[in-house]
Each structure stands twice: as C-alpha cells, then as structure tokens.
Design a protein around this ligand. Structure first.
Ligand code: SAM
Length: 351
C-alpha cells in the first residue's frame, strides 16, 4: 500500500500495524507530510475549532535524582546551578498565570525528594482552593502508585509522563540500567487507572531511535489511548553524553504529530517548546500539523536559564507576560485564537 493510502487507512480505522507505521516513518516524502498535516489540521479544526488551549508551565525544581543521558538537568551534570521554588513562589506564578487568562497550571520538575507527597499535596490543595476553576497538571516523573493516588485525591487532574520510547533496547540506550521501561510503563498504567488525564510521548530523533522503534511507540499509543501526547525533537545539551548527537528532524516531528492527531482525533496535543527551539516558527508549524495546545512558561525569569533541558531553549530570556504575548501573536498570525478555559479532554463523535 502506498503512504497516502496508509494515511487514509489510519484515518478510517485509527490504527495501523507496526510494519505499516514503520513504512510511513521510513519512506514518507514531503508530499506525504503535507497530506498528513492537512488532514490532521482539518480534524483538529472540526473537533476544536480554530482555538488553542494555553497551559502555564511552572518549572519549580531542577533537582533530579535521575540521570537520563539526554537531559541537561540530569544528576551527573555538575554545571547546573540547582534551584527549587518555594510553595509561595509557585503560587505566585499561578497568580500571574490566572491574571493572564490561564486555567491550567502545569507543575513540572526533576525528581526532587524535597517535594515529597505531603508538600506536593499541600501545594495542589492550595492552588485548587484558590482557583477551583483551574486544572492542575503534574509532570514529576516516576513515583509509586500510592503517591500518584494521594496527589490525585489532593486535586491534581492530569499527569504528563513521556514514555520516551516503547522499545526496551532503545530505552536502555537513553537511560542508566536502574531506570527501566517496565517502571515507566507501570507508572503510566497506574496514572490512567487512578483517573488522571494521562499524557505520554517521545522525543523525535533521540539517539538509537529508528522507524521500527517509532512504530512501536505508535502501536503503544493506539492501545494506551492517552488523553495527551507530548512530542518534540530531541535537542542536544552540551553537558550530557549526547552532546555531539544530531538534533531530531523538525519534519519528522511534524509528521509524527499529524499521525497522532489522525490516530486519536480528540487527543490534547501540545506544540512544544523544543519544536519552537529547533525552528523559530516551530510552534506555528506544530499547530498547522494538528496541535491544539501551547504551554507558555510561567517560571520566574531568574530561574529560566537553570531549567535548561537542552541547549538554547526558547523563552529563557523573556518574562512570562512577554512570552505569552509572543505566543498569542504567533497563533493569531496563523488565524488561531487562544481561549481561556480548562480545556479538559473530551471525546466527541469520532470523525
Ligand atoms: N522529570 C519529569 C519526567 O521525567 O517526566 C519531568 C521533567 S523532564 C525534563 C520532561 C521531558 O523533557 C522529558 O520527558 C523529555 O522527553 C524532555 N527532554 C529532556 N531532555 C531533552 C532534550 N535534550 N531534548 C528534548 N527533550 C528533552
């Protein structure tokens, strides 16, 4: 079957075989990319209108006990100046975000033991008490089922945990031996069962990735049916073992995003900061590929540069309000409007 027929088949049945996914990633042309992007865009506009949900991200700690080989804040990187925001600072970021129209706060950080269950639950409860009309999304890495449950009961609504790759050999290229794909997947299953709107995802072009590993990612996601998918290009960081590796392809990232939209027409799909870093217009292109979420940074300017996951990360030199204004304008330039609203996952009639 040719690639265009495969994309049509995906649109009809919302799933493909691993070999069909691999064929798409291995052999797609610029025309296939355009075709997939146009289809994905149509689906997004039909389901969500020309509206984009904004989520305010607060990067509250760059302490991390993990040592992911790709990540700039890995524990072995001694050149990082470590910080953690106080609960009061985190709330201030939310105050600023609320005033700017945000109704989702994403609390993201390294795996920092200082933020134990008790402290996290207190922070979640405080935000939800002050802003009951807002969603709290967590992105705190791997924890026990009990911790996830406590934070859910404290009021957290959503959880982002990229699976990074669904292929074990590839997972082991990206992480030290004690970090396992098995545990990452256990976490994702627990999160979904507890009731979180759950996000998984990958970096496109991470070292060791192939069309076959990406096919496994797609097969995993079509089974798992996440409510959110985070996909951005891998970008090297100078203080990691992958410093000399090539950055992931923007085209392939856009193709993967479009295919995710066609596969899961209602999924919440952010156009990521990494995409905006790889290419100035990246986040606009992401929207034109079927994304419907953008996540401006609400972290205080003083700490932005310290949450450097990869080199030259976009938005580290501008204030939260300037960053929001720029993104809003970028969305308007392509005819999309930013909406105030929680933007929960909902599943309407599939196309
Ligand atoms: N600690 C939490 C976790 O593990 O999910 C959240 C923070 S972690 C830094 C968030 C995501 O950043 C990771 O899932 C990874 O996909 C992405 N990331 C890290 N380093 C990156 C790089 N060099 N290029 C692109 N994305 C990267």
């Amino acid at each position: 079957m040719n690639n265009r027929d495969l994309i049509d088949l995906l649109n009809a049945q919302h799933r493909l075989e691993a070999t069909q996914w691999a064929q798409l990633f291995e052999t797609y042309t610029d025309e296939d990319l355009e075709y997939a992007m146009a289809l994905a865009r149509d689906i997004t506009v039909k389901n969500f209108g020309k509206t984009i949900y904004f989520r305010g991200i607060v990067e509250f700690s760059n302490y991390c006990k993990n040592d992911c080989y790709y990540c700039g804040i890995r524990c072995s990187n001694k050149n990082v100046s470590r910080y953690r925001l106080s609960p009061e600072d985190i709330l201030k970021c939310c105050d600023e975000g609320y005033a700017a129209g945000f109704r989702t706060f994403v609390l993201q950080g390294g795996e920092d033991g200082w933020f134990n269950d008790e402290r996290m639950c207190e922070i979640i409860r405080t935000i939800k008490a002050k802003y009951p009309d807002c969603a709290v999304t967590l992105s705190l890495g791997e924890h026990s089922r009990e911790s996830y449950k406590k934070m859910y009961d404290a009021g957290a609504d959503r959880y982002l945990l990229r699976h990074e790759t669904a292929d074990e050999t590839h997972y082991d290229i990206l992480h030290p031996a004690h970090q396992t794909l098995e545990n990452r997947m256990r976490c994702l299953r627990d999160l979904k069962e507890i009731g979180y709107q759950t996000g998984c995802g990958i970096m496109v072009g991470s070292p060791g990735q192939t069309s076959e590993t990406m096919a496994k990612d797609m097969v995993f996601m079509q089974e798992f049916e996440p409510e959110m998918i985070g996909i951005g290009p891998f970008l090297p960081h100078k203080d990691t073992p992958f410093k000399d590796k090539a950055a992931g392809s923007v085209k392939l990232t856009l193709f993967a995003l479009s295919l995710c939209r066609i596969m899961l027409p209602w999924v919440l799909l952010p156009s990521t900061t990494a995409l905006g870093t790889a290419e100035g217009d990246g986040r606009k292109m992401g929207v034109l590929a079927g994304c419907n979420v953008v996540m401006p940074n609400l972290s205080p300017l003083e700490v932005r540069k310290k949450y450097m996951l990869y080199d030259n990360k976009a938005g580290t030199e501008i204030s939260a309000s300037d960053g929001i204004a720029i993104l809003r304008r970028q969305m308007e330039e392509i005819g999309y409007e930013v909406v105030v609203g929680k933007g929960d996952f909902r599943k309407g009639d599939q196309l």
